[in-house]
Design a protein around this ligand. Structure first.
Ligand code: ASP
Ligand code: MG
Length: 451
């Protein structure tokens, strides 16, 4: 069985729901379909929660009414029969009654916020399943709240999912489409919780791993993962294939198309992940698996808002235990360290969680001199950097010859080289890298064949 996940924009309009119905039923094969909330819904729900935290009930009610009107209009176009519409009406009535009931709960707490946030997926999946039934598709909705659990550390419990979902699927061998909610889960207290914003991708991957799916497909509105950020550089193209490692590096570096945790469960059970475009279903997209054939530079990604910290100490020279002392401080303040480079007398590292920067700095200053650089950007170049491949690092450095490099990290893995630069040079650096790494031969050809 395959798992197909559709994001908010893919279900955000009634006609989009109509087209994904055609998409998922075309080959007649049984699939599990994971849906997000309709685009914009989760944001609206969270802003209703915000009004309720502030005890501004009239504002909350106004937002609920507006959202309700949106769903009213939506179902009128979604369903084609009177019966279908009646079913749709019942669904939104029930869920909006629940949302309205939360207005009266005082004080409004995180528990209620999470209950509100879950309503987007609860609505979209019920509406879609009812639509499939109206169209005569054999479909069933399996509630994610019954099989998706997180533990005390917010980690999804894959063993529980395996067993529970396996059981829940058994009576449904005759169903063509099995629908479930992305994003939502239960926590160890049994309360409604979630896998954090954008978490539906993660759900799809966990479900795929849980049922040992043949493939996980993530359907969005672009044609796969691109080789560079289209908002920053002029020419980009979809990357045909990536290894799990390459995709994991890119996901962290803000290649927004995939939730950063998505790769983990899929890689664990070796299930290929395919990124596809709902608007252009024939496009090949990006295949992420453990079998990449092309060995080359695949993509460039950047992450802003980085702080570089240099820690100098005469005590570092020939000493052991120095790095442990440094890292213990970051651990104490639960601040992840991303990039690291060292010399004999100093170590430089980067962080992007700056809420405890002041305390960290004070503790480090007890035994070293600190230089902090804010407004930095990490640029990460991902691909096959196998150590014996000569020349690749040179190409990267050549492209960056006019950029002040604050840090360079190479050799951490065989899949990436990262540089830290002041953010003001980001656009220039990304464009230079793009041209040099992906369009070099083309440019050379035009130069040498020019009259
Ligand atoms: N609806 C959730 C969000 O907007 C989860 C998702 O779309 O993946 O964050
Ligand atoms: Mg998404």
């Amino acid at each position: 069985m395959q798992v197909w996940k559709f994001g908010g924009t893919s279900v955000g309009k009634p006609e989009r729901m109509h087209s994904i119905k055609n998409l998922i039923t075309k080959d007649g094969k049984q699939k599990m379909v994971v849906l997000s909330a309709l685009s914009g819904t989760t944001n609206t729900l969270l802003s209703i929660a915000e009004s309720l935290y502030k005890n501004n009930d009239p504002e909350a009610i106004q937002k609920i009414d507006a959202l309700y009107a949106h769903y009213q209009a939506f179902i009128k176009e979604l369903y084609k029969t009177e019966n279908g519409l009646k079913k749709g009406q019942e669904i939104i009535e029930k869920e909006f009654n629940f949302i309205r009931s939360l207005v009266h709960i005082k004080p409004f707490t995180l528990k209620e916020e999470k209950e509100i946030a879950a309503q987007g997926e609860i609505l979209s999946t019920q509406m879609f399943t009812a639509y499939l039934e109206e169209e005569g598709v054999k479909a069933v909705l399996l509630p994610a709240l019954e099989f998706m659990r997180i533990d005390m550390d917010d980690e999804p419990m894959l063993d529980f999912l395996d067993e529970k979902l396996g059981e829940m699927l058994k009576p449904h061998t005759d169903k063509e489409i099995i629908v479930t909610q992305g994003y939502i889960c239960r926590n160890p207290q049994g309360e409604i919780d979630n896998l954090k914003r954008g978490g539906s991708d993660y759900t799809a991957s966990l479900v795929g791993a849980g049922i040992h799916a043949e493939e996980i497909q993530i359907w969005t509105d672009i044609d796969g993962m691109h080789n560079n950020d289209p908002r920053v550089v002029k020419r980009t193209f979809p990357v045909r294939e990536l290894s799990f490692d390459e995709a994991a590096e890119l996901a962290y570096f803000g290649a927004k198309i995939l939730h950063p945790f998505t790769i983990r469960p899929a890689r664990l059970r070796n299930i290929p992940v395919r990124l596809l475009n709902t608007m252009q279903p024939e496009a090949v997209g990006t295949l992420i698996s453990n079998q990449t054939v092309s060995k080359d530079i695949k993509a460039i990604a950047a992450k802003d808002g980085i702080v570089g910290i240099q820690i100098r100490s005469s005590r570092m020279l020939l000493a052991y235990g120095f790095l442990r002392k440094v890292f213990e401080i970051f651990e104490k303040y639960k601040t992840p360290v991303d990039m690291i480079t060292t010399s004999e007398v100093a170590v430089s590292l980067t962080i992007d969680h700056v809420s405890h920067l002041k305390e960290i700095q004070e503790e480090l200053e007890k035994f070293s001199t600190i230089y902090v650089d804010t407004d930095q950007t990490i640029i990460c170049i991902v691909g096959d950097f196998t150590f014996n491949q000569n020349g690749i690092v040179n190409r990267v450095m050549d492209a960056l010859r006019n950029i002040p490099l604050r840090m360079v990290a190479y050799g951490g893995s065989e899949y990436n080289i990262s540089v830290l630069i002041p953010t003001e040079y980001k656009e220039q650096a990304m464009n230079m890298l793009n041209e040099r790494l992906f369009f070099y031969e083309e440019t050379m050809k035009t130069i040498f064949t020019a009259p």
